[in-house]
Design a protein around this ligand. Sequence first.
Ligand SMILES: NC(=O)c1ccc[n+]([C@@H]2O[C@H](COP(=O)([O-])OP(=O)(O)OC[C@H]3O[C@@H](n4cnc5c(N)ncnc54)[C@H](O)[C@@H]3O)[C@@H](O)[C@H]2O)c1
Length: 360
Amino acid sequence: MGVVGCGAISAQYFQTIDRLPQLRLVAVADLDLERAREAVRPYTGVDVLSVAELMADPRVDVVLNLTVPAAHAEIALQAIAAGKDVYCEKPLAATVADAGQMLRAADAAGVRVGCAPDTVLGTGTQTARKAIDDGVIGRPIAATATMMTPGHERWHPNPDFYYVPGGGPLLDMGPYYITSLVTLLGPVTTVIGAASRTRAKRTIGSGPRRGEEIPVTVDTHVTGVLVHASGVLTTLVMSFDGAATKAPNIEVHGEKGSLVVPNPNHFDGSVLVSGVGEEGWRALPDSAGYVGAGRGVGLADFAATPADEAPRAGGSLAFHVLDVMESLLASAHSGAAVTITSTCERPSPVDLLPAQGTQV
Ligand SMILES: NC(=O)c1ccc[n+]([C@@H]2O[C@H](COP(=O)([O-])OP(=O)(O)OC[C@H]3O[C@@H](n4cnc5c(N)ncnc54)[C@H](O)[C@@H]3O)[C@@H](O)[C@H]2O)c1
């Protein structure tokens, strides 16, 4: 495989790739070649190439696209044109139109598209999914999903992409929550949204650009309701405008009980359950998902999936999630409910097994 984009998140991938026998990193590229050189310094045998050279390299079967969201489609289309599979960081693209172009091009070229987040393949979301599928809380009725932070500009040295289209709390963090919700509860058919934008500028809080102001051109507090095809109603809040929250990341409420789902931005964490009439919460033992996983396990799962099967971290799921998010913003701006025209299958469940032995 080859990696395009060697910024903040790349180190986590390089560590995972190094310990997964299914994946071998042969080359990296970045607009900033020095950054790419620095990122792979701890690893031997990795070439630093231009993007065009990496795309033309016959050793590269899969391009891992770790560029900023606005560049996801452009880099993916180059990989597809070179006849390579491509696995993108989230969101799949900055717009549904770009993502659609990407998936159509991949279909025509006979290559596959995968996409983060793969955190939902870890023990947290997978144990919760198994509990729901096993009927632990009965028929699911409702869910809540809450992400509340003051904004990533406090810690990210180049946070510009969080405040332009393709970013904002919904497109940045929503993929974790909505991918987890679709994994747990199935696809979404209608959304009703509301959104606000508190200020026109944000101040970078770390790194060489600390103190620099950057423009905000996206909504920074987004809330709404997702109507799932199953009839479940999810209430969602994604915000870069809150200091902190004690609300659980995700809760699912069923006819017989309620479930607390761990942070979908993490691979693991405790799933809690409380049955109707029960006092307090009990933790469920991990019963499904990749154990000890890190960012990149979804790519290993993708690479190991036979060509005639849909990968779990696949393009149609990521497209649906992006469609839900874009539609939620469209609903917020129009004031009307929006029908979701895309759909997807729930990805197949992952049995409890070590991350090194990715399952197909
Ligand atoms: N930072 C995080 O904690 C984090 C976590 C999970 C996912 N992600 C996702 O990972 C992706 C990258 O985020 P990041 O924080 O690493 O961003 P970053 O800005 O730190 O790094 C992006 C890198 O991509 C390079 N790049 C941009 N356009 C390019 C192009 N056209 N060709 C070649 N290189 C190009 C940039 O030079 C930069 O080095 C985003 O999609 C983000 O949503 C980030």
